[in-house]
Design a protein around this ligand. Structure first.
Ligand SMILES: [Zn+2]
Length: 287
């Protein structure tokens, strides 16, 4: 096994850009990033990861209250892919709109107990909320009760990037301090994953990782050759047990991420930790 990719968005039809973000973003984003949205079959998706010898965690989608798009069924889709290709897909993150109140907590319980997913994932810009808003604390309590990790997007987002007004998406929700730091302080038994290098707040991210033993980081969404020096120093040094590989597939091709990271000047033991050892330990993955 070359790596465990903790951050993969399925590129199959139920997860297409238009369904998640609407027609305007779906048309604009590929042009902005000079890439093409390619819809794969379930088999093609599994084969892509199998060919690279990568095990992956898949992510559902739900940002209905803030962005207005109904993506119901994507948590079930994720569970279906895991069931169909257990040799490649070893777990899944439920994504649940926190504004859906009591339904959200029930859906979390269903995703973990019935669908067998392993954690809860948020994208606060797409979902329009501050993590430390106490109205959402029942969801984190549920995570503690179910003994599952929660992950929060940090830093800027590709959704709406380059569009007038960022197409209404706001960056303020994804700042590590105080929003994620508060949740970590209030829930010391909750395993929290910050997603992406949190640019323009990487220093804040490093501070939270140093200060809160229950907070970790997935390095998805950035090509490793553009990692800033302070982040590289922490990955190679005192925070080497906190970082996990994630690609943010299909936006960042896993092969590119791994090829760049492996020649990034990291110690051999650190490379192994980031590529799979830390994920195994932090997310309790039996692989
Ligand atoms: Zn992502």
């Amino acid at each position: 096994m070359r790596a465990i990719d903790v951050h993969v968005h399925p590129s199959t039809a139920p997860f297409c850009y238009e369904r998640r973000w609407g027609k305007e973003v779906a048309e604009f984003m590929p042009k902005y990033y000079r890439m093409e949205e390619k819809i794969r079959t379930d088999e093609e998706l599994a084969e892509e990861f199998r060919a690279l010898d990568i095990k992956a965690l898949l992510i559902g989608w739900d940002g209905q209250a803030e962005s207005g798009y109904d993506t119901s069924g994507t948590n079930d889709e994720v569970a279906g892919l895991i069931k169909k290709f257990p040799d490649v897909f070893i777990g899944g993150w439920a994504m649940i709109d926190p504004w859906k109140g009591k339904w959200a907590a029930r859906e979390l319980e269903r995703c973990i107990k019935e669908l067998g997913l392993m954690g809860l994932k948020f994208q606060q810009s797409a979902q329009g909320f501050f993590p430390n808003d106490r109205r959402f604390y029942p969801l984190y309590e549920k995570c503690v009760e179910l003994n599952v990790p929660v992950s929060f997007h940090t830093g800027t987002t590709g959704i709406g990037a380059g569009m007038p007004g960022g197409h209404g998406y706001r960056l303020k929700y994804t700042k590590p301090v105080p929003y994620i730091d508060d949740v970590a302080a209030d829930f010391p038994d909750l395993t929290i994953i910050m997603i992406h290098p949190a640019w323009p707040w990487i220093e804040e991210q490093i501070a939270v990782l140093l200060h809160k033993a229950n907070v970790f980081n997935d390095l998805s969404g950035w090509a490793p050759k553009y990692f800033p020096e302070n982040l590289k120093r922490e990955i190679n040094g005192r925070l080497q047990d906190k970082f996990m590989y994630g690609s943010d597939y299909p936006e960042i091709p896993p092969k590119r991420w791994l090829d760049e990271f492996e020649v990034g000047g990291y110690k051999p033991e650190v490379v192994k930790k980031v590529l799979y050892k830390n994920a195994r330990r932090i997310l309790k993955l039996a692989v």
